[in-house]
Design a protein around this ligand. Sequence first.
Ligand SMILES: Cc1cc2nc3c(=O)[nH]c(=O)nc-3n(C[C@H](O)[C@H](O)[C@H](O)COP(=O)(O)OP(=O)(O)OC[C@H]3O[C@@H](n4cnc5c(N)ncnc54)[C@H](O)[C@@H]3O)c2cc1C
Length: 390
Amino acid sequence: MLNKYEKTMKTFEYAIIGAGLFGSAAARYVSQHSDSVAIIGNDEPANWQAHSENFGSHYDQGRITRGLDSNALWSELALASIEAYAEIEERSRIKFYHEVGSLQVGPSPQKTDDYIAKTAAVGFAHQLMFQNYTSEQFKDVLPKMAFPEGFSVLYETELAGYINPRDLVKAQLNIAVGQGATLIRQQANDVSAGSEGVTITLSDRSTILAGKVLVAAGAWSEFLLNQSFGFELRPRTIVLARLSQSEAERLKDLPAAILYYDDPAREVDGFYMLPPIQYPDGHFYLKIGGHLRDLVPPKSAEELNAWFKSNGSEKEAEGLKEAMFDMVPGLQAEELITRPCVVSATPDGDPLWKELVQNQIYICAGGCGAGAKSSNEIGRRGAMMMLGSN
Ligand SMILES: Cc1cc2nc3c(=O)[nH]c(=O)nc-3n(C[C@H](O)[C@H](O)[C@H](O)COP(=O)(O)OP(=O)(O)OC[C@H]3O[C@@H](n4cnc5c(N)ncnc54)[C@H](O)[C@@H]3O)c2cc1C
């Protein structure tokens, strides 16, 4: 199999495009099976404004992780990934998992398909450790947080908290490279299948020939492949509240939290908040994100890249700030900063693993705003799909 690729300079048995959360996990698995693996992907730009290429959705210090989910598949993907965290940390010597617990909060259920009822049912089916409180009872459990009257709080204290996505990517890449994979810090601008293999054209115009290629370029995957999979690219805004040392200390025991009002009248709903986390500038920040209903998806890589150079949506930021101060009464923020990001939502809400050109090109993408914590298992399944087909 390898011989026919030995004719040209840069040839690999396998190539993975996208050195983000899914791609780095896939690369770790593929490089366990082959010593001819390339990982092609841009690194996080030091200066976003000066960056002319694609971005990633993992440039942050915190992503919530939890086994509890209203969707059984997402719960399975998360649990399988959480189980692997310790091994990845040990092998890479990079700590990225912080087991601080996680809350899921929503209107107390009236029907079995309400969010809280569905989430608890998946939790019971997967034998997860969690407590169920009313928002009134929860005031005694954690007085530093507040939720609306008549809501339920599912509190997962084990196998839940947050991961540092930058460090997880670093850890996966370290292991993959240690296993012999080659990391190529460039953007792929074209992928085409031919009789000799798959030709990948890089941003410096050089080419690589690979036997099989897995595209894991996140929200840019459709643009790279020039093919639609029905993704809705949701431009997202986050708000970071900079905390003083004393405020960070006061709030240091907060768990991660997800709050759904499930109220169509709200322009922004589906909030998630991370506890105080130290960022590269040395400060601690409390982060909140959410879901603005009224969004305008970018239609091209250029529009998406331009979104990453903006400050996000003012309307979404206003809704987020209000929710943050409601959830943490008395919060003292020294500064509020907004940042843009993007979520790739698939039509069925599951990640997409698909063979696109028989035995040659595959895709693993569609994190649906929940893929960071589960990226190890999602990437592993992508790797197995590519390795398993002949
Ligand atoms: C604001 C926000 C909050 C989130 N919060 C959570 C959370 O709390 N918990 C959770 O589990 N998930 C969360 N997510 C989702 C999670 O971050 C994504 O599901 C995850 O990043 C998807 O991984 P990916 O590898 O598909 O994409 P990415 O992580 O974006 O990686 C794709 C990589 O491909 C690279 N790339 C792009 N185009 C090319 C190209 N042409 N050639 C080469 N490389 C290319 C990019 O530079 C990037 O490095 C959140 C997402 C956002 C936006």
